[in-house]
Every structure is written in C-alpha cells, then in structure tokens.
Design a protein around this ligand. Structure first.
Ligand code: NI
Length: 385
C-alpha cells in the first residue's frame, strides 16, 4: 500500500482538480430525482479517471474500484441533490437554475467522492473493493437511499461510510456519535372539526380555534411530562390554518407540524399519545379531531464500533483535537436507511462557514475538499486492511 505521504499528495492534487467541478455543480443544481445533468457529469468525471459508472436509482451512479486481490467491500456514499430555494450567494458560480440552490453542500459531497476515487485509483495495491455510491434525492421524501438499496448494489457490502460538510462545526473538525446522530423527522397533521357560527354568539358554536389552542399547549406538555429527560424529542407545531373573517367562528382548524425522535420506541409510541391527547381534548369541548402522521426517514443510528473507527481514523489524519464525539442533532438524513442494513457510520466535517445549511447564501468552501477526500480515502483503505 502507498505511503501516507503519497496518499496526502494525491489527495491534495485531487482536491485542486475538484474545485472547478464543485463550482460547476453549484452553478447547475438539480432537484431531488431530477439530477440528470449531475448524473452525466459524474459519469464523465469517473471516465476521466478510468472508472465505468453505472446508472442506478434513476438519477444516481455507482462505480467500483477493484483492489489487486480479493477482500472485503466497503461503500462510500455522496448525495447529489439541491434545494428548491433561491441562490443569493452572488458568487461567480451562483446557481443559474432559477429557484434551485445547492444550499446544503451536496455539490461538495460529489466533488469529495470523485476526488477520493481519483486518489484511490493511483494505487490499487489493496485487498477488496470500494463501491462509490452517488445517491439522488436526499432532500425530499421518500429519499433516494431506499432505491439504491433496492437496486441490490449494496448487497455484498461489509461497511458503508458517508460524510456531510457541517457548517456549525469549526473548520476541519470531524464529529460523530457512537449511536444516534440524527433524528427521525416525522410530520403530523391534526384536523379539528367544530361547529361554525356568528362570532358574537359563541354559545351556539363549537369553536375549533379554542380547541386548537388547547391542543397546541397540551402537546408541548406531552413532551415535557411523557418523555424521559434522557431521551430527546422535539415537537413543533408549525402551521395553524383556520378562519376566514373577523366575525365568523370557523368550522375547522388544522394544525401541522413535525415530530423529531431518536429512539425507535418513542417514535412508535409518541404519535399514539399525541392522537389520544388531541382527540380527547377535542371531545371534551364537543369537537372532533383527526390525527395523521407522515413518516419521514428513520433516526440515523451509527454502528458504535464503526463510529469509533471513523473517529480514530480522523484523529490519526488531523489530530486528536479535530476528532470529536457529538450529541445528535434533530435534523433528518436518509443515510439512516443504509445503517439499518449495513454496519457503518455517518460523520460531519466541520466548515465554520458564515451561513447555516439551507440559507440562500450558503456555500461550502473549496478548502473542505482536501480533508473530505483524505478522510473518505483513509476510511476505505483502513477498513479493507
Ligand atoms: Ni444535506
């Protein structure tokens, strides 16, 4: 196997080569399940370094780097899609696709994975194979990960790793958790049926606005009284739609929001509690409530020893202080589906950039490519050792 000095030089060269690719991807962002140009660009870039990519999951790409002798198989995954929002970065490579923006850094993920492939192709003196997975549609339910899994291209994989550039962390820090790292983001909707009427005669009505207000407050109490302090749950009521006039008590009120959980058990049980509470409060006022949940991705739960391995690798590459354990965040990520089937870990790579993810001025940084390439390369090679 090549020396670490060689690996570092190849990764540096790859990082420089990938800057213009990232800018090109940033300039041409595509929405979930529509990453057709992005797919072609990836196939082209892979050909340049001697790899034949195959289309998977409609707009995704898979390619395999074969070592010079048999061994294990490790997968590396990058997501590809952008968001339906304006790009207000005013960068020379700002989006030319109106209302679409790479505001999460998936452009950097693609560039990092291709850069890692370029680095790895310099020396095939390793056992086993490295499967490169460019996955479409992370940002939009149902997500592309399940399609990738259904394609069967991960059936023979022994481990999977993925990274996300992470704005709130200091530049170059690598963080992960030995368990839950990201939440299951489930949406809920609550339709409250009262009885409308004249606002001056509430006694003739069943006011769904008042019922909705009671339910909103009670739902928050459910979080604080039903869930242990050791478990994390976020419940946010984000929409309340009702009413048409100042002097009309409406017939209906609708509440919508998001429920974020880390524990699969609480994820299953909590909506039942919500439904019970909401329907019974409604009943107490003579109204009716219909509760529905739309499930998002499962919680992202790392394999503990793979997370440890990833952090140890990062510590060796970038120093102990740069590899840290992190508490989970309540955002969602469909890498979770891979981790339900395959041992692996998802890690954050700190950027310390000014604007948060999903902000119209968000951009990844060019100098994040090198540590990203170095980390993925090293994770793959060490796992196969
Ligand atoms: Ni993202």
């Amino acid at each position: 196997m090549a020396s670490s000095t060689n690996q570092a030089i190849w990764a540096q060269n790859a990082a420089m080569d990938m800057v213009s690719l990232r800018h090109d991807l940033h300039q041409h962002p595509e929405l979930s399940f529509q990453e057709f140009r992005t797919q072609e660009v990836i196939l082209q870039e892979l050909r340049k370094i001697g790899l034949n990519g195959t289309k998977i999951a409609n707009t995704g790409v898979v390619a395999t780097i074969l070592g010079n002798r048999p061994g294990k198989t490790v997968a590396l995954r990058a997501d590809m899609d952008a968001l339906p929002m304006p790009d207000e970065s005013q960068l020379p490579y700002a989006s030319i696709n109106d209302g679409i923006c790479h505001a999460c850094g998936h452009d950097a993920h693609i560039a990092i994975l291709i850069g890692a492939a370029q680095t790895l192709m310099h020396d095939l003196d390793f056992a086993g194979q490295i499967r490169l997975v460019f996955q479409p549609a992370e940002e939009q339910l149902p997500g592309g990960a399940q399609n990738v899994l259904a394609s069967g291209i991960l059936d023979d994989v022994d481990a999977i790793f993925g990274l996300h550039v992470w704005q709130p962390l200091a530049f170059g820090q690598v963080a992960t958790s030995k368990g839950a790292l990201m939440a299951a983001p489930d949406d809920f909707s609550l339709l409250i049926k009262g009885r409308g009427g004249h606002a001056s005669m509430p006694e003739m009505t069943i006011d769904p606005v008042v019922v909705a207000a009671h339910i909103v407050t009670a739902l928050q109490t459910l979080v604080s009284r039903y869930v242990s302090a050791n478990d994390q749950v976020v419940l946010s009521v984000t929409q309340m739609h009702t009413g048409t006039a100042m002097n009309v008590i409406p017939e209906w009120a609708q509440l919508q929001g998001t429920l974020r959980t880390l524990s699969p058990k609480i994820r299953d049980e909590f909506p039942k509690k919500m439904e019970q509470l909401a329907t019974q409060i409604a009943q107490a006022f003579g109204a009716q409530a219909k509760f529905t949940v739309t499930r998002g991705y499962p919680a992202l739960i790392n394999n503990p020893s793979m997370a440890e391995f990833a952090l140890a690798t990062a510590a060796d590459l970038f120093g102990e202080a740069q590899a840290i354990l992190s508490p989970p965040t309540m955002g969602g990520e469909d890498f979770a589906y891979y981790l339900e089937k395959i041992p692996g870990a998802f890690v954050w790579l700190g950027m310390g950039t000014p604007y948060p993810h999903h902000h119209p001025k968000f951009d990844a940084r060019d100098d994040i490519l090198y540590p990203g390439i170095r980390l993925l390369t090293e994770l793959a090679l060490r796992f196969l050792e």
